[in-house]
Design a protein around this ligand. Structure first.
Ligand code: LCS
Length: 402
């Protein structure tokens, strides 16, 4: 039989890391809801602790349900091994903690998810860590930002919420030249649409809260490495800092992943129709969607992504008031943060996800006051367009009233 890693992604999402349970014939991976695992005797325990013998010890260190999830996403990302985490931020922080020492410097995307930036600026800086947040979509800026003490190049592409796109293989070349690891936050794409390790990255992270789980009912994250040394270093940090996922959450994500391809295909096809609708709407200033030729990095998206995805941002006329009007008048599309769920979600980054980022930094990163982020779900595209059309119509009424 062919190895699972040689099979198509549609097969991998359903079978990778998941064998029929040898004890019971259980078709789905059981939830091993236990905090600890009994040793046969003292010798068995000692050998497992020393690493001489493989086996489970304690769920924070390892658990069969969690392992199945880690193996599944590792196969999807074509990596060496994975570490599932209690949230996307737990994955981000494990990477920062594992690779940054006092006096080190990190280069990162200016429009990264708010907390991924704020935690560096406000917390890691307390331990003497230096940083440069730059527009990584411009490779010259990346190269310019690298200093002798730079120890990590961290990019998010597409970035949250500007949908700006960074050239992964271009960054990999810069990282290689300076002998530093390149970490890619692949949350917006999922491994179905983008596999950074194949493009030269060293580590991939996801907030599995988003597309991988896909049902807005779990908070989780994962780190996938390309090499053993990075994996060992990260495992040590994650286990000792206690950022491990819970077995039931891991099981829910495994179940969600089985429909990843179906969900992303449907969301993406809806998103394309919505982006075209918005781009031609008189109340919309601009739309950023990687499937539109108007996207500034359209060519890079075509080169490194297997599709445009389900996320877009747009600026409505009327600035902050216009944006709020849209959010207050959608009915099927839910006003909520997060993304990548089966349902469509809309939010206003300046007052929500990126509210902790100072206004000046936000605007420098392209997160304007009127920017609205839309995560397109799997509903009927016509219903979604009608919903947006109705909400945009309200802006016109409001402007007229003024
Ligand atoms: N990376 C990206 C790109 C994200 O969008 C998020 C969360 C995280 C990491 C952190 O993941 P978490 O700990 O929440 O699982 N993004 C959110 C957002 O845009 N709205 O709410 C959460």
């Amino acid at each position: 039989m062919k190895d699972i890693s040689d099979m198509g992604l549609e097969t991998k999402v359903i079978h990778a890391g998941q064998e029929v349970d040898p004890h019971t014939g259980c078709v789905t991976v059981p939830i091993y809801q236990t905090s600890t695992f009994a040793f046969k005797n003292a010798e068995d325990g000692a050998e497992k602790f020393s690493g001489k013998k493989k086996g489970y010890i304690y769920t924070r260190i390892g658990n069969p349900t969690i392992k199945a999830l880690e193996e599944c996403v590792t196969v999807l990302e074509n990596g060496y091994a994975g570490l599932a985490t209690s949230s996307g931020m737990s994955a981000v922080n494990a990477v920062y903690t594992a690779f940054l020492d006092r006096g080190d410097h990190i280069v990162s995307t200016s429009a990264v998810y708010g907390p991924s930036r704020v935690v560096i600026e406000r917390e890691y800086s307390r331990f003497g860590i230096e940083y440069s947040f730059v527009k990584t979509e411009n490779l010259e800026e990346v190269e310019k930002a690298i200093k002798p003490n730079t120890k990590l190049l961290f990019i998010e592409t597409p970035a949250n919420p500007t949908i700006s796109i960074t050239d992964i293989s271009g960054c990999a070349e810069i990282a290689r030249k300076h002998n530093i690891p390149l970490v890619v936050d692949n949350t917006f794409m999922s491994p179905y649409l983008q596999r950074p390790l194949e493009l030269g990255a060293d580590i991939v992270i996801h907030s599995m809260t988003k597309f991988l789980n896909g049902h807005s009912d779990v908070v989780a994250g994962i780190i996938i490495t390309k090499d053993k040394e990075h994996y060992k270093r990260l495992k040590k940090v994650l286990v000792n800092f206690g950022g491990t996922i819970d077995p039931t959450q891991a099981w829910l994500v495994l179940r969600g992943i089985k429909t990843l391809v179906l969900r992303v295909e449907k969301s993406q096809s809806n998103a394309m129709k919505i982006a075209e609708f918005l781009e031609n709407h008189p109340k919309v200033e601009w739309v950023r969607y990687p499937g539109l030729k108007s996207h500034p990095q359209y060519e890079i998206a075509k080169k490194q992504q297997d599709g445009p995805g389900a996320l877009m941002s747009f600026e409505v006329k009327g600035g902050i008031a216009g944006g709020k009007t849209v959010m207050d008048n959608v009915n099927i599309i839910t006003l909520a943060v997060s993304l990548g769920g089966i349902e469509s979600l809309i939010q206003h980054p300046a007052s929500m996800t990126h509210s902790t980022v100072p206004k000046e930094e936000r605007e420098e990163a392209g997160i304007t006051d009127g920017l609205v982020r839309l995560s397109v779900g799997c509903e009927d595209s016509k219903d979604l367009i009608d919903d947006l059309a109705g909400a945009l119509e309200k802006i016109k009424l409001q402007l007229k009233d003024n």
